[in-house]
Design a protein around this ligand. Structure first.
Ligand SMILES: Nc1ncnc2c1ncn2[C@@H]1O[C@H](COP(=O)(O)OP(=O)(O)O)[C@@H](O)[C@H]1O
Ligand SMILES: [Mg+2]
Length: 320
């Protein structure tokens, strides 16, 4: 049940939203509803993620269909939408000769904050994104990770009601990637701002998103709670002591017992069993018979990437 005070318009909604560039269909009759929390928008390069964001901001006009953001129609209220939404664009937009502090203060001023408030807010958000000492250095000398942080700071400085983050982890090394994803999660949870965040790395957002929208060549492949994605396989993961030899002995015994299994690293995955076979029991008994100590026996959680390889997924053939 939803309490009455929480039933407002959805954060984002689209109806039959279509965008063509000449013969290319970037978005194909997209029907979407997105609520609060962190929503991951995933899809391969060219899937239409950036196009969707630009339409939602009123920066591009769709070929046909409707879209609304925070209850405002993109066709008639793009000004109001851009006032209330923070936007971290995919590509670099940073003037090389000014420092991060000047840049973020300037954008805060453009959003209507008075000088002193703009300075205060800029210092705040720069600290929150982890640009403290460096904020007086010219942006031109920044590393990719620092540039992404500066871009994120300017998206937050005017205290938005919603943020769009387009590929915020692009170009980052693994450690900075983890930091950036942690920041994205904090925006959604600690600051309580709804977030739409994109990535072409299909599995990357499963840990930070409450909800995932999957686009494939302009089509909506799926939109659901992240937990629904991660709980669909019905397979089990098994690990025993004894290294690869132990793993393989168990694997052969499981196969002989009528189960389909595959090695995965030090573990064995067991496909959903035929009717009448209790995997827990079979694994426990075989491990005991073989004298193998059981380390792990747990459901094999699915991953976001699986949706692209599942039967019927349109994007399966393009993966890799
Ligand atoms: N301004 C444009 N002119 C022509 N084609 C475009 C333009 N913007 C995007 N496209 C095309 O639309 C499709 C979707 O692009 P885009 O939204 O950038 O995808 P993504 O952000 O998911 O990588 C691609 O085929 C791209 O080449
Ligand atoms: Mg893009």
């Amino acid at each position: 049940m939803t309490p009455p005070d929480e039933t407002g318009p959805p954060v984002i909604s689209t109806g039959e939203l279509t965008m063509r560039f000449g013969s290319v269909t970037a978005l194909s009759s997209l029907d979407l509803t997105i609520g609060p929390g962190v929503t991951g928008l995933v899809g391969a390069n060219g899937a239409g993620k950036s196009t969707l964001i630009k339409i939602l901001l009123g920066l591009q006009t769709p070929t046909s269909g409707r879209a609304a953001v925070l209850g405002h129609d993109v066709a008639t209220a793009s000004h109001e939408i851009r006032r209330r939404v923070g936007y971290m664009p995919e590509h670099d937009c940073l003037p090389p000769d000014v420092n991060a502090s000047e840049f973020v203060v300037h954008l805060a001023r453009m959003s209507g904050l008075p000088q002193s408030a703009a300075r205060e807010r800029a210092a705040d958000v720069l600290r929150q994104v982890g640009l403290d000492e460096e904020r007086y250095r010219p942006l031109g000398g920044y590393s990719t990770g620092m540039k992404q942080r500066a871009k994120l700071a300017q998206a937050l400085v005017h205290d938005p009601d919603l943020v769009f983050l387009d590929e915020p982890t692009n170009g980052l090394d693994p450690a900075s990637r983890v930091d950036m994803l942690r920041l994205v999660r904090r925006i959604g949870t600690e600051f309580d701002i709804p977030v739409l965040v994109t990535s072409h790395l299909l599995g990357e957002l499963e840990k930070v998103s409450d909800h995932v929208v999957v686009l494939d060549a302009g089509h909506l492949l799926r939109s659901s709670a992240t937990s629904d994605f991660l709980d669909v396989t019905g397979a089990m993961l098994v690990e025993v002591l004894g290294g690869d030899a132990g793993r393989d002995r168990l694997g052969h015994a499981l196969a002989a017992a009528g189960l389909t299994c595959h090695p995965r690293g030090p573990m064995v995955t067991v496909d959903p069993p035929p009717p009448g076979i209790d995997v827990h029991r079979v694994v426990r008994d075989l491990a005991a018979d073989l004298g193998l100590a059981l380390v792990r026996l747990q459901p094999d959680q699915g991953h976001l990437e699986d949706i692209f390889t599942a039967p019927g997924a349109r994007g399966g053939e393009r993966r890799g």
